[in-house]
Every structure is written in structure tokens, then in C-alpha cells.
Design a protein around this ligand. Structure first.
Ligand SMILES: *[C@@H]1O[C@H](CO)[C@@H](O)[C@H](O)[C@H]1NC(C)=O
Ligand SMILES: *[C@@H]1O[C@H](CO)[C@@H](O)[C@H](O)[C@H]1NC(C)=O
Ligand SMILES: *[C@@H]1O[C@H](CO)[C@@H](O)[C@H](O)[C@H]1NC(C)=O
Ligand SMILES: *[C@@H]1O[C@H](CO)[C@@H](O)[C@H](O)[C@H]1NC(C)=O
Ligand SMILES: *[C@@H]1O[C@H](CO)[C@@H](O)[C@H](O)[C@H]1NC(C)=O
Length: 357
């Protein structure tokens, strides 16, 4: 409960300094993994029934509500010192009713804080937020960071809304500036995680080839739209200190920067409001993790495109097996020097999340 105590004390004296107080983690040379799913029992029915190959469905599903048994054992066996958990997709972003969504966010955050509060050197939390109202989202983020010791938030792509779920809220609009203002004041990163599309979009786009729903294709293209919306709508110009994290080796964006930049440049005369180019925001505002994308040549390519100082390790447990991710990252000593490998495994996460060992 150390972090609760620290938050309370500092809030009385210097509120804006709270986020800068380091979160103490296990001292060692193990990895840090930050896109790792967890959920509350009430949300288990929304979890996919497609586990990693070789894993039984019941073991897979049970892993989502576990912290201290299977998860911690796997961390110990695979040299993961610290894990940041977050609510499995779609979580609050799948709730169209604003009142129900706000209540779910508080419920998830409080249950998560309780679940990890006795082992904060091994576990941290990313908040879940209802994004129906940007002011209220900022308030809940502030509460979870200051009072619960959370390290940032995880948003599962757009917030569905409206009576038939078809009002999609994207955080690249000016009404979210009040949220981004608080995010930068707290100096915490916001992780953008994919979600499945609402049925009214998913069926016409993927009904012809339903196996492309989810992580193989739908997730990356849908989330990439949102990230590129943040860029092209000028969010990073208005909030130059904003830190966004994207998983799965960047949802393909850093693989395609040449074409993205070249095509967008043609729209500057047509009123494109972004003041720089997409590549440059990957050097100043956007980070990626390796979650579920253990492709060594692609990592090396991205190192050249955005820099190794923008890339962090993650697994994507339980959707992806911890031993697979752990074995892969340790194999990288063939392609990264000691300094770069340390940054990827641990160092950059320490800096970005204000961790101390
Ligand atoms: C971590 O590894 C470095 C070498 O890479 C070593 O100098 C240091 O002592 C190790 N720290 C711990 C806590 O094991
Ligand atoms: C934390 O509490 C859980 C029960 O919720 C228990 O299994 C675990 O061993 C505890 N961890 C520590 C470090 O006390
Ligand atoms: C958002 O929430 C704030 C604070 O509760 C409230 O003042 C404001 O009216 C809400 N905005 C909308 C559009 O509902
Ligand atoms: C809206 O989404 C909810 C689940 O969030 C679902 O139960 C409901 O059927 C959906 N409504 C429509 C019209 O698709
Ligand atoms: C992107 O912008 C940076 C400056 O912010 C510039 O150095 C670079 O050449 C630009 N890249 C392209 C492909 O336009």
C-alpha cells in the first residue's frame, strides 16, 4: 500500500508533482511487460474463445482474472520483473450508455487496484476510462493516478455510443483537448489498444472473410485509423508533451511511413491541419510495444524508422504465451547491442512510467 500513502501525502503539498513520484518495482534485470490483459469476472463473457494454439480454453479464460497464481508464476519462470495490467478489450469502450460506462470504469479500476495493492513491486495498473465525456474521463484518470497509483490508462480504441451503438467517439476531436490537457499535466502515457468493430461495421467489412476479424487484420487497420487521426487532426501539435503507446509493433504504421507521409503532404494545400509529418510524431509522441508481434526483421526495420528509443517489450498475455515472448526478447542479443536491448527489455519502460528499482 506504499503508493496510496505516498499519493496522499504529496497531494496535500504539491499536487502536480504526484505523477513524478517514482513507483518502486522489483530490483533486478528482468523485463517489464505493459500490454497484459486482466479483467473482472463480470466481463469474462466478452473474452474471445480463441486461445493461443496449444492452450485449453478454460485455462485461457481463467487467466484473465488471475494475478498472483499462474500469472506471477509465469513471470518468475520467464524473468519478467514487472507487469502493467489493463482491462481486456473492449472493456468500457464497448458500453454505449454513458452512465453505465462511467460506473463500469470505476468498478474495474477499484477492483484492479485491490487486486494488485499487495504486490506493487511486481504489478502496476493502467486505468480504464469511459470516454463519453472528456471532462469526466480526465477526472477519473486523475483519481486513478493520484489515489490508486495507476501508471496511465488503456483505451480500447473508439468509444461506442448512442442507442444503436453507432455513434463512434474518436479522441482526435477538439472536445477531447480537456482530456489531453490532464494527461500531459499528470505526465502519464495513454495506451491505445484495438477493439472489434461494432456489428454494423464489422459485418459489411469482414462478413465475406470472417477469419480476418480481430487481431489478424481488423484490429490493426481500425486502430491505425485512430492513431493517424490523432496525428492529422493536430493533437500532438496542441499537446507536444503527450505520450501515446501503441502495441503489436505499432499497428503497422511504422512499416508504411513513406507512403503515409508522401500522400498526406499532398493535402497540405487542401487544409491538412497537422503541422509536421507522421514520421516525426513517432520520434516525439508515439511509442510502440512488441506485444504479440515477435518479428525480428520488422523490429530491426522499425529501429531504423522510429528509433529503438521508441520501442518497448510487451507480451500480450494471456492472448499470447509468456514463454514465447520471453524467449524471443532474450534471442535479440544477436541483433541489438547491450544498451539497446536493455532499453527494450526494461529501461524505456522505467523512464516512461516513472519506475524506480
Ligand atoms: C544487470 O545487468 C548488468 C549488466 O548488463 C549488471 O552490471 C548489473 O549488475 C545487473 N543488475 C542486477 C540487479 O542484477
Ligand atoms: C496478495 O494477495 C493474494 C490474494 O488476493 C495472494 O494470493 C498473494 O500471495 C498476495 N501477495 C503478496 C505479495 O502478499
Ligand atoms: C461532461 O461532464 C461535465 C462534468 O460532469 C459536465 O459539466 C458536462 O456538462 C458534461 N458534458 C456533456 C457534453 O455532457
Ligand atoms: C449494442 O451493444 C450492446 C453491447 O454493448 C448489445 O447488447 C446490443 O445488442 C447492441 N445494440 C445494437 C442495436 O446492435
Ligand atoms: C518529416 O518531418 C521532419 C521534420 O519534422 C523532416 O526532417 C523529414 O524530412 C520529414 N519527412 C518526410 C518524409 O517528409
Amino acid at each position: 500500500m506504499r503508493f496510496l500513502f505516498a499519493a496522499t501525502i504529496f497531494e496535500l503539498w504539491i499536487p502536480l508533482a504526484v505523477a513524478a513520484v517514482g513507483h518502486r518495482i522489483k530490483n533486478g534485470n528482468g523485463t517489464i511487460a505493459i500490454e497484459e490483459a486482466w479483467t473482472i469476472p463480470e466481463l469474462l463473457p466478452a473474452i474471445t474463445r480463441t486461445p493461443p494454439l496449444g492452450e485449453a480454453v478454460d485455462v485461457f479464460i481463467a487467466s484473465f482474472t488471475d494475478v498472483h497464481v499462474r500469472r506471477l508464476n509465469l513471470m518468475n519462470e520467464n524473468n519478467i520483473d514487472f507487469m502493467v495490467i489493463s482491462c481486456a478489450t473492449p472493456c468500457v469502450q464497448g458500453v454505449s450508455d454513458p452512465v453505465a460506462a462511467a460506473a463500469l470504469a470505476v468498478n474495474v479500476n477499484n477492483q484492479m487496484a485491490a487486486a494488485i495493492s499487495n504486490d506493487t513491486t511486481r504489478f502496476g495498473g493502467f486505468a480504464s476510462l469511459s470516454m463519453h465525456n472528456a471532462t469526466e474521463a480526465a477526472q477519473e484518470l486523475r483519481r486513478t493516478v493520484n489515489d490508486l497509483g495507476f501508471l496511465g490508462a488503456m483505451l480500447n480504441d473508439y468509444q461506442q455510443s448512442g442507442p444503436d451503438n453507432t455513434t463512434l467517439l474518436f479522441y482526435d476531436q477538439p472536445e477531447y483537448d480537456v482530456f489531453w490537457q490532464t494527461v500531459t499535466e499528470l505526465d502519464v502515457p495513454i495506451y491505445f489498444h484495438p477493439r472489434s468493430n461494432i456489428a454494423q461495421i464489422q459485418t459489411p467489412l469482414f462478413g465475406h472473410a470472417p477469419f480476418l476479424e480481430g487481431p489478424s487484420e481488423e484490429y490493426a487497420v481500425t486502430l491505425a485509423n485512430h492513431i493517424l487521426g490523432l496525428c492529422t487532426n493536430g493533437v500532438f501539435d496542441r499537446f507536444p508533451d503527450l505520450k501515446i503507446i501503441v502495441g503489436h509493433l505499432g499497428e503497422r504504421i511504422p512499416s508504411d511511413l513513406f507512403r503515409i507521409d508522401e500522400q498526406l503532404a499532398r493535402n497540405i494545400p487542401n487544409g491538412l491541419m497537422m503541422q509536421r509529418n507522421v514520421t516525426s510524431y513517432w520520434h516525439t509522441n508515439i511509442f510502440e510495444t512488441t506485444s504479440g508481434n515477435f518479428a525480428t526483421p520488422l523490429l530491426e526495420f522499425h529501429k531504423g524508422q522510429i528509433g529503438i528509443d521508441r520501442i518497448l517489450f510487451s507480451v500480450d498475455y494471456p492472448f499470447v504465451l509468456i514463454p514465447e515472448g520471453a524467449a524471443w526478447v532474450e534471442s535479440l542479443n544477436d541483433v541489438l547491442d547491450e544498451k539497446d536491448l536493455h532499453s527494450l527489455r526494461r529501461g524505456l519502460a522505467m523512464e516512461l512510467l516513472h519506475l524506480e528499482d
